[in-house]
Structure formats: structure tokens, C-alpha cells
Design a protein around this ligand. Structure first.
Ligand SMILES: Nc1ncnc2c1ncn2[C@@H]1O[C@H](COP(=O)(O)OP(=O)(O)OP(=O)(O)O)[C@@H](O)[C@H]1O
Length: 348
């Protein structure tokens, strides 16, 4: 299958002023400009094929938005080449935008004071969508998510979930070949997240639309992405199938412990206290096990371990000797833990 996006050794530098403090400093800044250069994206390369859903992940400030801005033509790379649909995005912004859709989770592209259908009509004119495609798409969206109930609602009166749904539909209205979704499920409840994920999945599957998804929500990644690209400090740390990544961490397990129905190990203790107690205990007993970490989720205390470093039974015995365990389950490592491990340097 052909690549729809080709990124070849791109770097993006931002030059920012090293500001001096105080009134005198501001005055001096007017005459002598002392700049520092930040490489937001540092020599990255990747190819994305038609129809893929790629999770573009990384901690805050990693360089995700800067990459997306270069792919959409908003920013020009400092060096390197980028092609989207065979075009250089920043040189052909208008032409490029005919083939892409963009959704920023917290900013709407719909007109606030108008019903969604009016925004769709304006987009029809902007993208020169022919009458048949426009009509077919509105019917198709209605069949998918019952969207016609929302078409005549003013955007201002919509819930965040309804607005996000309409924003996603608007980004697919002109049948783009690539859609960039930035945090599409941020702030939504569980059921709306599920609906939005299903919608993205169906649109990708039935239309063959390539989706580039940036998100901090591992539920989005699990539900949608086969391939993930992880960036940190402007450099790509990982680019492969998510399953391969899980295999890399194949010896990792999470053991979940519950100590009583409130989660804590003693009646007048909080779950957080129990978690800290377990954390200190395990750090003392297994000081050589670098990957050992303790977390909590409601009433459960989670111990993540690498069996190549410390056998699971040793951990269980160590805890059992000191605390009464009322329930225990074993889980494979979650996507969230895998990504966290990589952010922490787990692939080095
Ligand atoms: N216009 C700009 N001028 C100067 N520095 C910038 C500019 N835009 C981004 N940066 C810096 O570049 C780095 C990467 O920022 P970017 O917005 O790409 O990160 P991100 O991965 O999208 O983060 P987040 O998840 O928080 O949105 C950050 O250090 C940021 O402060």
C-alpha cells in the first residue's frame, strides 16, 4: 500500500528570547537580543500508509503538536522534507487542506452561534463539496450515530460530547484522505468516549481514511490504534505495532491486591497509606528490582513487576507475610503502563 504521509529527517527549531527580569531587564532586552534555540522536533522520519490509524503519543511538550502543525502546513520545518498526499504542506496550504480534516479536542471549528447544519453548509462551500456527496454524507452520519438530531441544534447549546461528535463529522464531511485528531475524547464521559471511538473506527474502516491520533488517553489507543509512534524531547522513541511493544514487556505483570472491602489494610487507614507502606516494603526487600512499581486504582493496590528481575511468588509471599490479602488478580501489562515505562526510559 502507498504511503500517504512521508516524513524525511524533519527538524523544527524555535528561537525564543532569553528574557531578563525586571524593568531594567526589559529595557536591556530592547537593545541586546539574547536568543536560545529549542529543537521541538529533532530529525524525525516516518511513513504512514493509506488507511492506517496511528497513535502519535508522547508526554507534554514532546513535540506532537509541532509535528502535526508541520503535516497540516501551519508550520514550515527548519530542515527536512515532508509530503502529504504527494504535496509539501506549507507550500500548498490550500490544496493540502482539501485533503485533510483536523479536530482539536478543545477548540471547535463549528460556528458557536449557529446550528451545526449551518456550519456544515459553510464547510460545503469552503471545500466545494458537490450536492450529492454532501447529502450522502449527512445521511451516512445520521445512520452511524443518529446525528440528524444534532444538525439543527445551536453549537452553543450542545454538550461537549455532542459538539465533539459534530466536529468529527465536520472533519470527515469533504471525504479527506487524512484526518488529524488531537485529544478527541478529552473531558468526555465513558459512554460518549465509547461512541466517539466507535465512530472513528467505522469511518476509518469504511472510508479507508488515514487517522493520526494524538492522545494522552490510553483507552483511545487500545480501542483504535494498531501502530503507535512515541516521541519525547523531539525524538522518536518507538514506531511499531502496539502488540510488538507489549511483547517487549512480556515478562511484566501487574498483581492487584485488595486488603479489605475499603481497600486499605487497616480499618482506620486510607488506601493511599497502604499503597505507600507496600511501596516502602517492596523497595526495601527488592532493592535491585528497578522496574518494580506500586500504584493504586480505587480499592486495588497494583504492583507492576518484571519476572526476569523478581519472581511473582516472592512478591506475593513478602506481602502475605505482613498483610491479610482478601482478593488478588493477575493482569498482563496494560498499554498505559507500557507507555509510562517508555517515557521513563524503559526501552534503553
Ligand atoms: N511557537 C513556539 N515557540 C517557541 N516554542 C514552542 C512553540 N511551540 C511549541 N514550542 C515548544 O516546543 C516544544 C514541543 O511543543 P509541542 O506543543 O509540540 O508539544 P506536545 O507534545 O504537543 O505537548 P502537549 O501534549 O503538552 O500538547 C515545547 O517545549 C514547547 O514549549
Amino acid at each position: 500500500m502507498d504511503s500517504i504521509i512521508k516524513i524525511d529527517h524533519i527538524t523544527k527549531e524555535f528561537k525564543t528570547l532569553n528574557r531578563r527580569v525586571g524593568l531594567k531587564g526589559s529595557f536591556l532586552d530592547l537593545f541586546s537580543r539574547d536568543y536560545k534555540v529549542l529543537k521541538a522536533v529533532n530529525d524525525i522520519s516516518m511513513e504512514i500508509k493509506q488507511g492506517e490509524i496511528v497513535g502519535y503519543l508522547g508526554p507534554n511538550g514532546a513535540g506532537k503538536s509541532t509535528t502535526i502543525k508541520m503535516m497540516t502546513g501551519v508550520l514550515e520545518p527548519t530542515c527536512g522534507e515532508i509530503l502529504v498526499n504527494g504535496r509539501v504542506p506549507y507550500k500548498n496550504r490550500a490544496k493540502n487542506s482539501e485533503n485533510i480534516g483536523v479536530v482539536f479536542g478543545q477548540r471547535s471549528q463549528l460556528w458557536w452561534a449557529l446550528p451545526a447544519i449551518e456550519s456544515f453548509r459553510i464547510l460545503k462551500e469552503i471545500y466545494r463539496i458537490d450536492d450529492k456527496t454532501y447529502k450522502d454524507n449527512l445521511e451516512y452520519f445520521d445512520a452511524l450515530v443518529g446525528a440528524s438530531d444534532l444538525y439543527y441544534k445551536t453549537v452553543r447549546q450542545m454538550s461537549l460530547g455532542q459538539r465533539t461528535l459534530c466536529d468529527i463529522l465536520a472533519s470527515f464531511l469533504h471525504n479527506p484522505s487524512v484526518v488529524f485528531l488531537d485529544e478527541p475524547t478529552i473531558g468526555l464521559d465513558v459512554s460518549m468516549k465509547g461512541k466517539i471511538r466507535e465512530l472513528i473506527k467505522v469511518l476509518n474502516h469504511e472510508r479507508g481514511t488515514t487517522v493520526i491520533l494524538t492522545t494522552h488517553d490510553m483507552g483511545d489507543v487500545d480501542a483504535l490504534c494498531n501502530r503507535i509512534v512515541i516521541i519525547d524531547k523531539g525524538t522518536i522513541l518507538y514506531d511499531n505495532h502496539i502488540e510488538n511493544l507489549r511483547k517487549y514487556f512480556g515478562a511484566y505483570r501487574t498483581i492487584r491486591f485488595m486488603f479489605n472491602k475499603h481497600g486499605a489494610s487497616k480499618e482506620n487507614e486510607t488506601v493511599e497509606n497502604t499503597m505507600m507502606e507496600i511501596d516502602t516494603l517492596l523497595k526495601e526487600e527488592f532493592s535491585g528490582a528497578k522496574s518494580l512499581s506500586v500504584g493504586m486504582d480505587e480499592k486495588w493496590i497494583d504492583v507492576l513487576l518484571n519476572e526476569d528481575e523478581v519472581p511473582m511468588m516472592k512478591i506475593i509471599n513478602c506481602i502475605q507475610e505482613r498483610k491479610k490479602i482478601v482478593d488478588m488478580t493477575l493482569q498482563e501489562i496494560s498499554t498505559e503502563s507500557v507507555i509510562k515505562k517508555i517515557y521513563e526510559g524503559g526501552l534503553e
